[in-house]
Write a protein that binds this ligand. Structure first.
Ligand code: FAD
Length: 462
């Protein structure tokens, strides 16, 4: 890769697409390198940019939640992907979910037609750090190609930083038995966007016993220790068999919790409940929420069909597990997402040590913004700690390096409220509202202060 005068963005996923857009809209010339469709990753299926590899949900869109704060900050920063996510939204109760094909087609169209972006459909296998004109944003994702991972390892001195993630099965909506399954959102919030499969104690026990006895996919050679060591899984994305392994009831307090979902046939909450979420606008495909797993396909079919309402289900995709590559960012990155040792190299997205679609867009936004500032000779800047995006970049640069794990946006990542104010804000909901208002204000003030404010070119749609 030798592209003096250009900002090079490696990877046209969620982070790279947003980074490319942010630099291009500021008038900089961008080369966006995406290896698909010539070479793929094992989880991606198309050659489109910003393909969502698993769930179609960008998490909660409800006011005064941490994921919503993140979306509001993306909007304030003029994010392309956050806007196109709204344009391709499908009903999902209190969450923002998208029609994945429409979303990535819109992103691909917007970037391919941008006069400042040159699309390069090729695999990047080396990273130049020396050229004085050269700026590189590495956003190659958790499934970065092996040759690039090796090049990154050479650059960072950190090798073999990977563990495994899992993806959930998708059910053909026409094969769900609605004599048993019913449509409702938890606590009646958001209409009929979810399909729910209620279970009695006997049905749950049968399912549980089959699950813990299920034959798992054998890990690839050399990866056994990583799969067998539960610590290496990202806690927010544990495979169901791993959750089940931790106790008979853990699923009932996790992805199979029945609270707020009374079965219309009895009027009572069931013993356990499996939720399915709409995958696309055609309402013909449903993701089994939180059911990522690493079980052999034949076994998955047999076990998932033990779920009442899915006894004849056909599966469009089975659950799978994948490698997840990320760097030890507390050792390597500044809060601006520049490498400490090579300030003209920036990281964004999952590979930088964050987790989640929206988080990938957010770090892409900051990396693209800072790459553009570098190119224009301006000081780079980090978003404020109080904001959702700033709390992510703060975490990346300041978390403990030992046992570093990717993080997603939660209230826990935001700074605590001062004890005096905390005493006054007795209700959790009030404390969350305070954190959200403080975060968004800090983010907007920061944008204005560094001269990046007023960039949002699209209206608030919610
Ligand atoms: C299996 C799996 C399931 C996940 N499920 C979810 C989920 O349900 N919800 C959620 O919020 N997050 C999920 N994540 C985590 C994360 O949010 C996604 O991986 C997200 O796509 C990360 O965005 P990204 O831009 O960092 O990477 P990606 O979106 O993967 O983009 C990276 C891009 O770089 C390209 N690339 C790789 N190497 C090269 C190279 N050498 N040269 C050129 N291009 C290259 C790839 O083809 C890809 O297009 C999942 C991750 C995995 C691995």
């Amino acid at each position: 890769m030798n592209s003096n005068g250009f900002i090079n963005v490696v990877g046209g996923g969620l982070a790279g697409s947003e980074a490319a857009w942010q630099a291009a809209r500021r008038g900089l010339r961008v080369r966006l390198f995406e290896m698909r469709p010539n070479r793929t990753t094992g989880a991606h299926r198309t050659g489109n940019l910003a393909e969502l590899v698993c769930s179609n949900s960008l998490k909660s869109d409800e006011a005064n939640t941490a994921p919503r704060l993140l979306k509001d900050e993306l909007r304030a920063g003029g994010s392309l992907l956050a806007r196109l996510a709204r344009e391709s939204a499908v009903p999902a109760g209190g969450a923002l979910a998208v029609d994945r094909e429409r979303f990535s087609a819109l992103v691909t169209g917007a970037l391919s037609n941008h006069p400042n972006i040159e699309m390069r459909r090729e695999e990047v296998v080396a990273i130049n750090t020396g050229g004085s004109d050269e700026i590189t944003v590495i956003a190659a994702g958790p499934l970065a190609s092996p040759a690039l991972v090796e090049a990154i390892g050479g650059l960072t001195g950190e090798r073999d930083l990977y563990f495994f993630d899992a993806i959930s099965p998708i059910v053909d909506g026409e094969t769900i038995n609605y004599d048993i399954a019913f449509k409702a959102a938890r606590y009646g919030k958001g209409g009929d966007d979810y399909v729910n499969c209620p279970m009695s104690k006997d049905e749950y026990d049968r399912f549980y016993d089959a699950l813990v006895a299920a034959e798992k996919v054998k890990p690839h050679e050399g990866m056994t220790d990583v799969v067998e060591d539960g610590e290496k899984f990202f806690e927010g994305c544990l495979p169901i068999e791993e959750i089940a392994r931790r106790g008979r009831d853990t699923l009932r307090f996790g992805p199979m919790k029945p609270v707020g979902l009374p079965d219309p046939r009895t009027g009572r909450e069931p013993y356990a409940c499996v939720q399915l979420r709409l995958e696309n606008l055609m309402a013909d495909a449903y993701n089994i929420v939180g059911f990522q797993c690493h079980i052999k396909y034949g076994e998955q079919k047999r076990i998932l069909r033990l779920i009442p309402g899915l006894e004849n289900a056909e599966f469009i995709r089975f659950g799978q597990m994948h490698r997840n590559t990320y760097i030890c960012s507390p050792k390597l990155l500044r809060e601006t997402l520049q490498m400490r040792a090579h300030p003209r190299v920036l990281f964004a997205g999952q590979i930088s040590g964050i987790e989640g679609y929206t988080e990938a867009m957010a770090t892409g936004m900051i990396a693209g913004m800072n790459a553009a500032r570098l190119a224009r000779g301006l000081a780079t800047s980090a978003p404020p700690r109080e904001s959702a995006i700033g709390s992510l970049t703060f975490y990346l640069a300041n978390a403990g390096a030992k046992n570093f794990q990717p993080a997603n946006t939660t209230f826990a990542l935001l700074p605590e409220i001062e004890p005096e104010l905390r005493r006054r804000l007795k209700r959790k909901a009030d404390r969350h509202r305070f954190q959200v208002e403080r975060g968004l204000k800090a983010f907007n003030d920061w944008l204005a202060q560094i001269g990046e404010g007023g960039q949002a070119t699209w209206a608030q749609t919610v």
